[in-house]
Structure formats: structure tokens, C-alpha cells
Design a protein around this ligand. Structure first.
Ligand SMILES: [Zn+2]
Length: 276
């Protein structure tokens, strides 16, 4: 293998590090997800293995992020060390992350940096002291799946279930809605206001009525934070794409003399056939 080939292979690895390709979820698992989340638009959700640097920032084994530009698309990234198809832990994490995709869907789609789910994730995270454990949106997801005591794992503690068994259990297991209402949750995450509107799902109008200005300021604050995070990720991805492009270009340049020499000798063979 020449140096140019090695450089181009390296460029491919750098590209896949920043933009891991979609992995196909086994059809059985898609059936299980459809049984658990009958209202989730599964075609708008894609699964990827990679970006461990991003997953470590958030915590957990995987992370669900709205796509950079496509308004309906949600991407679920798995840490490569935890992508173990066939294990119950892996399936539990898939079901857990799909719940986040349902939260994205229920908090409405967005575009670019304006993603209601991200804004809410930041605001609720701030209310929880930026800890992963106890984050209200995580607690909701863990009620369904992701822990040994979650509804999904306790129903199938003996091992990975077949889709038929999940469909049979669906009257008890099916989760048609994440219960995520943007304004109610946002009001609930505001310091001093959370207790007033508790339970936060029910009384967003009370918060809006009692203190509309702080609620607007609070929502703008976390819209700003989500936009900065979006911009940071975009810059990292641009840098990654540039690094992969540079490596690939260098590899192509290094290989150029060899490719040209090969081409010249091939043409010589065509135009000057060896004399008999
Ligand atoms: Zn989660």
C-alpha cells in the first residue's frame, strides 16, 4: 500500500469520525420500536455509531440530537464501545434514545439552532445543576427504558424479546406520547417558578400569566445557549471536514506520479503493441 493510499484511507477514517454513516437497525428492533412508540415517525430517525467525544460531553452511552439542517430528522449516536446488537442493555438504550426522538417530535420540529427540544434540554439541565442523573427529560426516558428498573427492561428481564412478545405487551408498554409540552416544562425549569407551576406539565398558562417577562428572558437565554452549542458543533464539523479533505488531497497528490506513470505505460501498450 502506497503512502498516498494510506493518507486517503486516513481521510476516510477522519470523515467517518465526524460524520458516522447510518447503520441499519435490524427489522426486529424496528418492529419493537413501532410497538413501544406507535406515534413515533421512525423514518425520520437514523442510527449512527460514532462521535464518542460528543457522547462523553453529555453522559450516557448514546445521544439523540436533532439533525443540523433537516427540520424533521433526528440522529441517534451510539458510543462505539456500547454498540452491542443482541444484548438487552443495547436494546434498552435503543428504546431509551427513541424516547428522546419522541420528545423531539412532541416538542415540535425546529430548524438550525432553534430546536425546542435542545432549548428545553439546556433549561431543564440548568435547573438540575447540569447533572445527567436527575435531569427531568432523562428521568422521563428512564421510566420507559435504559435502566434495569425501567418499564421495558422489567417486562423482559430474561433476555432480548422477540417483536411478537413486545406487540402482545403493547397495551401495557406502548408509549404514544412523551408528555413533553414545551412551555409547561420551560416554566417548570425556571428558578423560583418551578414550584408555583408544579406539576409543570399542567399549568404553563399560570407561569405566563404571573410572570411573562422572566419566562421570555429565560427562554431567550437558553435559545442563545442552544445556538452557541449548535454553532460550536458546526465549527467542529467544518474543521473535521477540512482535515479529511486536506488528507485526501495530499494523498491524491502523493499518488499522482504513480498514477500518471501507470497511465502512460498503459497507453504505450495500446499504441505501441509489442512487435512479434
Ligand atoms: Zn437519555
Amino acid at each position: 500500500v502506497s503512502a498516498g493510499d494510506r493518507l486517503r484511507a486516513g481521510a476516510g477514517r477522519v470523515w467517518r469520525w465526524f460524520f458516522p454513516p447510518e447503520v441499519a437497525l435490524p427489522e426486529d428492533v424496528r418492529r419493537i420500536l413501532r410497538a413501544v412508540y406507535p406515534t413515533l415517525d421512525l423514518d425520520a430517525v437514523s442510527f449512527h455509531v460514532g462521535v464518542p467525544h460528543l457522547i462523553r460531553l453529555v453522559g450516557g452511552h448514546a445521544v439523540t440530537i436533532p439533525a443540523l439542517l433537516r427540520p424533521r430528522r433526528t440522529r441517534i449516536y451510539f458510543d462505539p464501545g456500547h454498540w452491542k446488537p443482541g444484548s438487552l442493555d443495547w436494546l434498552g438504550t435503543v428504546v431509551h434514545e427513541a424516547f428522546h426522538a419522541l420528545q423531539v417530535q412532541d416538542s415540535r420540529w425546529g430548524f438550525g439552532p432553534i430546536r425546542p427540544f435542545l432549548i428545553l434540554y439546556f433549561a431543564c439541565g440548568a435547573a438540575n445543576g447540569f447533572r445527567y442523573e436527575g435531569h427531568p427529560l432523562e428521568t422521563d426516558a428512564f421510566c420507559v427504558a435504559g435502566r434495569r428498573w425501567s418499564r421495558f427492561e422489567s417486562a423482559f428481564a430474561r433476555g432480548i424479546p422477540d417483536p411478537g412478545a413486545v406487540e402482545e405487551e403493547s397495551p401495557r408498554l406502548a408509549t404514544p406520547a412523551s408528555g413533553l409540552r414545551f412551555w409547561g416544562r420551560l416554566a417548570g425549569s425556571m428558578p423560583g417558578l418551578g414550584r408555583l407551576v408544579s406539576p409543570p406539565q399542567r399549568r404553563p398558562w399560570l407561569a405566563a400569566f404571573v410572570c411573562p417577562l422572566p419566562l421570555v428572558v429565560w427562554s431567550l437565554l437558553w435559545t442563545g445557549a442552544a445556538s452557541l452549542a449548535w454553532l460550536g458543533r458546526l465549527l467542529v464539523e467544518i474543521a473535521g471536514a477540512a482535515a479529511a479533505g486536506l488528507l485526501w488531497g495530499t494523498g491524491a497528490l502523493v499518488s499522482l506520479p504513480r498514477v500518471l506513470a501507470g497511465e502512460i505505460s498503459r497507453r504505450r501498450k495500446i499504441f505501441d503493441p509489442p512487435s512479434r
